[in-house]
Ligand binder design. Structure first.
Ligand code: HPA
Ligand code: MG
Length: 187
């Protein structure tokens, strides 16, 4: 990527947490595991917009099985101190999941509220099996127990951006995951 452009994006990024090489390694590792685990199943891979877009695009190419893709967008209410656990569907699936095997693809799992809600939605719609793949997990922030079947990396409780993950809708186009400088969100 053009140097000047990267420099302008990176002004707010203090450190690289997951390098491009580490992302590629995680994508290959998870893709291989999913390929082994979903042999012979009617697989639908569901990306959660917008954060999962980069991971979804790479991961689906690393899964060597027939599959369909679809997307959902959700918003969760409540701040970190007053999590209501309320989740609203902004964009729903186009496909049916009834009787099918679902793999939900997320960028990062922190409180677990969105994922525990989405798992329940898939089950209530009659999915045969619901699994979760997340590039990142931040266990320090967990409020709901969720079983994450495939994890790229565990990260510390820092505000991360890049590879789909935003701060105020920016930074999604960084090709790696970085930690935002506290000066960026404190100002
Ligand atoms: N960065 C951006 N979005 C997030 C994060 C984060 O660290 N955790 C949960 N959503
Ligand atoms: Mg966001």
């Amino acid at each position: 990527m053009e140097k000047a452009r990267m420099a302008s994006i990176e002004k707010g990024v203090g450190e690289v947490l997951v390098s491009r090489e580490e992302i590629d390694e995680a994508v290959a590792r998870i893709g291989k595991a999913v390929t082994e685990d979903f042999q012979g199943e009617d697989l639908v891979v569901i990306g959660i917009l917008k954060g999962a877009v980069a991971f979804m695009a790479d991961l689906m190419q690393a899964i060597d099985l027939p599959l369909e893709i679809d997307f959902m967008a959700v918003s969760s209410y409540g701040t970190s101190t007053t999590s209501t656990g309320e989740v609203r569907i902004l964009k729903d699936l186009e496909c049916t999941v009834e009787g099918r095997s679902v793999l939900i693809v997320e960028d990062i799992i922190d409180t677990g509220i969105t994922l525990s809600y989405l798992s329940k939605v898939m089950e209530s719609r009659g999915a045969k099996r619901v699994s979760i793949a997340a590039l990142l997990t931040k266990p320090a922030r967990r409020e709901r127990a969720v079983q994450v079947d495939y994890v790229g990396y565990e990260v510390e409780d820092k505000f991360v951006v890049g590879y789909g993950i935003d701060y105020a809708e920016k930074y999604r186009n960084l090709p790696y995951v970085g930690a935002l400088k506290p000066s960026e969100y404190e100002k």
